[in-house]
Write a protein that binds this ligand. Structure first.
Ligand code: 6PG
Length: 236
């Protein structure tokens, strides 16, 4: 039976090291499929801390890096080299250590400010078709990328590909995020969720509350790779 956009597949693993190994395998497998079908691989990276260990594992892989194209799901409006930038984290943990051609890594120019950066990145994405794989995290408040509960998520068909975010309820209020609609235009979407602090957000998701993470609805459904303790009945 084919998957549907509302499908969420919960892939529970024992612990964070296993989550990181499983995510690394998934990414390499998606790249292999993309190479076979289209000769290149287009991936959208998640920010935050959960993906750090996955990116470090990718650094060690012997992949056909020349055929990788890297985009970002969201970015904080900080100077390009700021340690709090998602693009800086990915570079430090992984991208600076592998020979992906520099013009195939596309940071969001968030140093321009949210409005200008969103317009610029939407223009960049005009020449990009369906992504092969989108990686996403989940915030404690069930946000994903920089789509927050009380903000615009860009779910509709007419939504811009990139949204300017000004009042993110986090230490960094100004951000740029791909819209829910654009994040959903992907052959695969893989959420990476770890940490006791995500238990409530996972429970809200599984209770089918209207949270930003549920606005990500690719035709193939989404996979959520998470620590098994987050879906066990036992309280923390
Ligand atoms: C960001 C991320 C954000 C992140 C979640 C989870 O810019 O902060 O894009 O959506 O994925 O907040 O973050 P952790 O992985 O650090 O828990």
């Amino acid at each position: 039976m084919s998957a549907s956009a509302s499908d969420v597949r919960w892939l529970a693993v024992a612990d964070v090291p296993e989550l990181e190994r499983a995510a690394c395998r998934r990414i390499i497998d998606a790249a292999t499929r993309a190479f076979a079908q289209r000769g290149e691989f287009v991936i959208v990276l998640a920010g935050g801390n959960t993906p750090r260990g996955v990116y470090r594992l990718l650094r060690e892989r012997d992949a056909d890096w020349q055929r990788w194209n890297v985009y970002f799901g969201d970015e904080r409006c900080l100077p390009a080299d700021d340690a709090e930038r998602n693009s800086k984290m990915a570079a430090t943990e992984w991208l600076d250590h592998v020979p992906i051609p520099k013009d195939q890594v596309h940071p969001i120019p968030a140093e321009l400010g949210a409005s200008a950066a969103a317009l610029a990145y939407a223009e960049t994405l005009r020449s990009v078709g369906e992504f092969d794989l989108v990686l996403l995290g989940l915030g404690e408040d069930a946000h994903t990328a920089s789509l927050f509960p009380n903000n615009e998520w860009g779910s509709g068909p007419g939504a811009s590909d990139a949204l300017a975010v000004f009042d993110a309820p986090q230490p960094l209020p100004q951000r740029v995020s791909l819209s829910a609609a654009r994040l959903s235009r992907s052959r695969e979407v893989l959420f990476l969720v770890a940490g006791e602090s995500k238990r409530l957000a996972v429970a809200r998701w599984r209770a089918e509350e209207n949270i930003p993470a549920r606005a990500i609805r690719p035709l193939s459904g989404v996979d959520v790779l998470l620590e098994s303790k987050l879906i066990s009945k036992a309280a923390a």
